[in-house]
Design a protein around this ligand. Structure first.
Ligand code: DHB
Ligand code: FE
Length: 284
């Protein structure tokens, strides 16, 4: 965890880079010569076509070089790729599904957050700021049968838009948890509504956003991984109605079916929402 006292793009970027290196995601990769030849050739051709079509100058070429170097220095390759490319990879990976298709994982997932049976309250500070949110629903298979003891991993930003383990001075597992649904696949999780989130603005990605006249906002969102034996893992995000950035998410990760319906809490303060997940059986 960072020992710095204020959040910085380089600290969260480098933490996301370390997390990716430790994730094991690269260990299974087998580079197929045909595939590398095809994809690398297409990528290089697309870039060359842009240079020729737009008559890119040496100044612009050098700006690109300097910027790419800075992306690496700031550890922002995970951020860059998750914001501007992952949504298409996710689309390809899940378009066969009958159940929920989901959305991007983003750079801030940490596996093996502390596990609790639901109903449960996510781990949070005693004075955690924000609107209490009861998040409940059911996990089912595509045939409608309940998936007993399904696992729901939930992580999200706090009221200031910061994620634990990627910003300083937040307890390790704050607003992160693994929840086990009951026999009927039902779950009830108490948490705090997250705030809209700006991807770090003081690093290379922020420099690009400012230079291009874009904005850095993602709408407020819950991150989820929902799983059950014999079923495909669902990685999803859920969004809150009325958020100004639901229609222009910097990461292009909002889909209409991922919008929650929010109601006043039936008991106590805050709001509640019900969202059911449908998982596809694994292909035989
Ligand atoms: C980024 C952050 C997120 O919280 C997310 O869901 C996707 C991308 C990012 O900073 O790159
Ligand atoms: Fe996020």
């Amino acid at each position: 965890m960072s020992t710095e006292t204020t959040a910085s793009a380089a600290a969260s970027g480098n933490a996301a880079t370390d997390r990716f290196r430790q994730s094991g995601k690269t260990s299974a990769i087998q580079a197929d010569v045909e595939r590398v030849n095809l994809l690398a050739s297409k990528l290089i051709k697309a870039a060359n076509d842009i240079v020729l079509e737009e008559r890119v100058s040496y100044d612009e070429f050098n700006a690109l070089k300097a910027w790419l170097i800075k992306v690496g220095e700031d550890g922002e390759w995970p951020l860059f790729l998750d914001v501007w490319l992952e949504h298409s990879v996710e689309e390809v990976a899940t378009d066969h599904r009958e159940g929920n298709k989901g959305s991007i994982e983003g750079p801030y997932y940490i596996p093996e957050a502390p596990e609790q049976k639901t109903p449960a309250t996510i781990s949070m500070r005693e004075d955690e700021q924000g609107t209490p949110l009861l998040f409940q629903g059911q996990v089912r298979s595509t045939d409608g049968s309940a998936l007993s003891n399904a696992k729901i991993e939930l992580w999200h930003a706090d009221e200031e838009g910061f994620y634990s383990q990627f910003a300083p001075n937040i307890p390790e597992w704050n607003l992160r948890g693994t929840f086990i649904a009951d026999e009927e696949g039902n779950f009830q999780i108490n948490t705090m509504q997250p705030a809209p989130y700006q991807i770090p603005t003081d690093g290379a990605c922020g420099q690009l956003i400012a230079a291009a006249g874009w904005h850095a906002w993602r709408p407020a969102h819950l991150h989820l991984k929902v799983s059950a034996p014999g079923h495909e893992l669902l990685t999803a995000q859920l969004y809150f109605p009325g958020d100004a950035h639901n229609d222009d998410d910097i990461a292009t990760a909002v889909k209409p079916e991922l919008l929650l319906e929010i109601q006043p809490a039936a008991e106590g303060a805050g709001v509640q929402t019900t969202y059911d997940f449908v998982l596809d059986p694994e292909a035989k």
